[in-house]
Design a binder for this molecule. Sequence first.
Ligand SMILES: Cc1cc2nc3c(=O)[nH]c(=O)nc-3n(C[C@H](O)[C@H](O)[C@H](O)COP(=O)(O)OP(=O)(O)OC[C@H]3O[C@@H](n4cnc5c(N)ncnc54)[C@H](O)[C@@H]3O)c2cc1C
Length: 444
Amino acid sequence: MRWECDVALVGAGPAGLFAARELAPARLRVVVVEKGLAPKERTSLTCGVGGAGAFSDGKLNLTPRIGGEPEALGLGPAEAMALIRYVDETFTQYGAPLEYSGEDEDALSRLRRVAAEAGVEFLAGRQRHIGTTKIREVIDNLYQDLVRRGVTFLLGRRVHTIRQEGKGFVLDLGGDEVVARYVIAAPGRGGAYWLREVTRAMGIGPDFGPLDVGVRVEFPAEIYAPIERIMYDAKFRVRTPTYDDMVRTFCTNPRGFVVAEDHGDYVLVNGHAENETKTANTNFALLVRIELTDPVEDTTEYGRAIAKLATTIGGGKPILQRLKDLRQGRRSTLERIRRVPIEPTLKDFTPGDISMALPHRVVVDLVEALAMLDRVMPGVDSGSTLLYAPEIKFYDTRYRVRAGMETELPGFYVAGDASGHSRGIVFAAVTGILAARHILSRHA
Ligand SMILES: Cc1cc2nc3c(=O)[nH]c(=O)nc-3n(C[C@H](O)[C@H](O)[C@H](O)COP(=O)(O)OP(=O)(O)OC[C@H]3O[C@@H](n4cnc5c(N)ncnc54)[C@H](O)[C@@H]3O)c2cc1C
């Protein structure tokens, strides 16, 4: 079968959905190809309508300082903020809860001062916490609306390759084809390497972007409770004393879970929080930013090598170590882990030694960062704090884009996390909107 359309979208994550929503009112034929299923049918954590965002905790970061670099997209502060507000309003229109966290200016400024005194940067900003259960409903409402407005969804269909043909593009779905004048490729982090192969074949492959390497930190929820009251998912950044590296906290999950992600030849850790089931622990990612410079710039291979080494040391499972053992240069054993008053929320782990798995520089950075963070979050640097490794965020495919997310190949757009220009739901949506509006401007 062959579908003819004006705009083909690859991926129905936040980038794809928001792009489709912009295009829907115009008289353009829009086809979204998504390898996963509809919101109510999907079971995969990362694939399906809503993308990785739909089954996440649904924390919307509503500041230009989190989740993307607006300047790199040619957006001024006011323009970036207007787009963020627009994304936020759209989510509420489809049923996101109305409350914000991070709105008490006095409390934020007190926390900023405490952080500054400790040499820690606190990235204050408004957040909307939709929550795991609610976000599925919100995404379903958005999806149903797009279907009503005439957007065609080809679900459970994977785009195998994309080729240029005449003035447009042909998407090969493994026999069937979608022919489009414009393409917005938004396959998310999970599809970033596939897209890299596709775009390299078309001569517009991405540059290498940075890599974040570190651990998931888990500790009693009471330690984070005073901050949670001010900002649900507070972000902190430090520069470490020894290497002057940037280390940041990311994706804090109050009373949440640490989870393992199986990537085939390696495992990574992540975290999430649920609306219904709460634990006694809070977790966040603690990540060291790594950028490689000429002559070795392949952050993908470097990150994979670290992930594979850690997985080998962990016998195929994430490694768990007490902070005390890491500091003392010895491995954790099950017996030592049982001695701490914290019950690990991830059950399938290997007690071990993170310093055998992550580069020395990263380990030094993490230990120093925790000591600094302890002055903002007293207790987090305790010996009984649990560290799970490896947590790695690959932002390593970054496209050179012109205005409106268009690549060097006219008519071919990239959006969302796979573009290398977003790292979260809101910015993914923003890049999708930019791409769609650019296409619309050509049809005005
Ligand atoms: C566990 C977890 C929790 C998270 N929590 C948060 C959070 O609270 N707040 C936040 O801001 N961000 C969070 N994130 C990150 C956020 O989900 C992503 O930044 C965001 O979803 C990126 O949007 P996207 O549209 O670029 O890609 P994605 O959401 O990844 O969507 C891409 C879609 O493309 C599809 N696809 C890929 N390749 C193909 C192909 N070849 N053919 C057809 N379809 C394809 C995939 O199936 C997928 O549905 C979380 C991520 C995870 C994994």
